[in-house]
Design a protein around this ligand. Structure first.
Ligand SMILES: C[S@@+](CC[C@H](N)C(=O)[O-])C[C@H]1O[C@@H](n2cnc3c(N)ncnc32)[C@H](O)[C@@H]1O
Length: 438
């Protein structure tokens, strides 16, 4: 029975989920109530989107072995990932009551406290983790991220830099820390040091598109006309994994709501009659908001990881993994509405993408998108230190006019917060001229 369980765990670790599930079940047939088999089968069920079954199985395991810290921690993870933060917190605390040195449970508890808007308690948990595990790169990294996202004074960012440097010292392969370090340095205006970090990262990983893009964002190389496909895939496939965590932390992210409100003001009341494309759909946050207008709702995104999340969220009639410009160009006259929240910020030159958006719309159709605002009267675009582009109002107006859009409305709004400060954005609506007027 031990050998069978060992094979199940090996298959599970190797990603052979069918085999692992079958072996866990055979183990349980031989010994009903075997705690490890129940526990790991529960984790596997969650991985296969059967979270309720996973929770039930891990609870059974915990009835058999109530002092199983890892099982409490994994049960907490399922609750966290399914949005039940209250239960998640309870589970992490139970794990720590079984084993106060369970580093994963302590870092998870800190993340959940932060997500539950209890920053002081979260800080204490991060500090306890650092005190417990000063050689753990993740402990330094998490403290740095906490300090960077709860900036009160410039010293917090300086302290975050120290944390990220410590994380890299503990684990030279921790490129997330290098990434975070580069951003923190740029925030402090230490541009040359940031450029140094990205160059160092490129030496470690010469083919990684992220440091290449960020080097350009810091002015260390010429900016490309839009973010490279590999960069977008790399960043967002990684982001999809931690999406729940990030979303919970960034409660101020409002672009989908703002965009759909703007569309509601120009469209007829929702009647489920329009063909709507969510362009750069990501994990599908716009889907449920725009759905009442849609007869057919499509989503397209370059990141397979993000699209998979949108698929799990549901509500779309079709989801496609593709580069946006090429996809729009390949589908002329296909949509009544194209909306794009926080996606054209990865496009510097707006002409190709907005020409393609114009062509994919039916006459009279609307494109709606958000951009990060660049102040000033000129016609300008810049790749900013965040890795996203910012555009002046005049630039947006000129491109929309050049492409041939008729009615254009550009409003200002704060789309989300970055480093505690609102990020100013443009909320743009543009209409392809109605039939007979083109
Ligand atoms: C910040 S997310 C926004 C996602 C979603 N619209 C939302 O508001 O939650 C930006 C998305 O744009 C996608 N994206 C960026 N450049 C793209 C391109 N050239 N083609 C297709 N998708 C792209 C990314 O993969 C990512 O999912």
């Amino acid at each position: 029975m031990r050998a069978l369980l060992g094979s199940a765990i090996e298959a599970h670790r190797g990603g052979q989920l069918d085999t692992a599930e079958m072996l866990y079940r055979r183990t349980l047939q031989m010994q009903a109530g075997q705690a490890d088999a129940l526990h790991f089968l529960g984790v596997l069920c969650h991985q296969r989107s059967r979270s309720d079954e996973g929770i039930r199985l891990i609870r059974m395991a915990l009835r058999a072995t109530p002092q199983h810290a890892d099982a409490h921690n994994n049960l907490g993870n399922i609750h966290k990932e399914t949005g039940n933060l209250v239960e998640a917190e309870t589970c992490y605390r139970s794990a720590l009551a079984c084993n106060a040195q369970q580093h994963d449970a302590l870092s998870n508890l800190a993340l959940v406290l932060e997500a539950r808007q209890r920053p002081d308690e979260a800080f204490e948990a991060y500090a306890a983790l650092l005190a417990q595990a000063p050689q753990l790169a993740r402990a330094h990294y998490l403290m740095g991220m906490y300090l960077r996202s709860h900036v009160r004074t410039i010293e917090d960012v300086e302290q975050a830099v120290v944390c990220f440097r410590n994380a890299v010292r503990c684990d030279g392969a921790n490129v997330r820390a290098l990434d975070a370090l580069g951003v923190a340095l740029y925030m402090l205006g230490r541009r040359d040091e940031a450029i140094g970090v990205y160059r160092d990262w490129l030496v470690r990983e010469p083919s990684n598109p992220v440091p290449r893009h960020m080097l350009a964002a810091c002015g260390g190389e010429t900016a490309p006309p839009r973010a490279d496909d590999d960069y977008v895939r790399n960043v967002f496939d990684g982001f999809a994994e931690s999406f729940d965590e990030q979303l919970l932390k960034n409660l101020d992210y409002r672009a989908p709501r703002i965009l759909v409100d703007a569309l509601n003001a120009v469209l007829d009341p929702p009647a489920g009659v329009l063909d709507v494309l969510d362009a750069g759909c990501g994990t599908g946050l716009c889907g449920p908001l725009i759905r009442p207008h849609a007869r057919r709702l499509g989503g397209v995104d370059l990141s397979g990881g993000m699209v998979e999340k949108a698929r799990q969220r549901g509500g779309y009639d079709e989801l496609v993994v593709a580069e946006l410009t090429a996809y729009l160009q390949a589908n002329p006259g296909a949509w009544d509405v194209v909306l794009s929240a926080d996606t054209l910020v990865y496009f510097g030159d707006l002409l190709p993408i907005l020409s393609a958006a114009h062509a994919t719309l039916r006459p009279g159709g609307w494109v709606a998108f958000t951009l990060e605002a660049m102040e000033g009267d000129g016609d300008r675009v810049e790749l900013s230190s965040s890795g996203r582009y910012r555009h002046t109002r005049r630039h947006v107006e000129r491109v929309l006019a050049a492409v041939g859009f008729g009615r254009v409305n550009i409003a200002t709004s704060s789309l989300r917060k970055e480093v505690g400060k609102p990020v100013a954005g443009w909320v743009v609506l543009a209409r392809r001229r109605p039939p007979g007027s083109e």
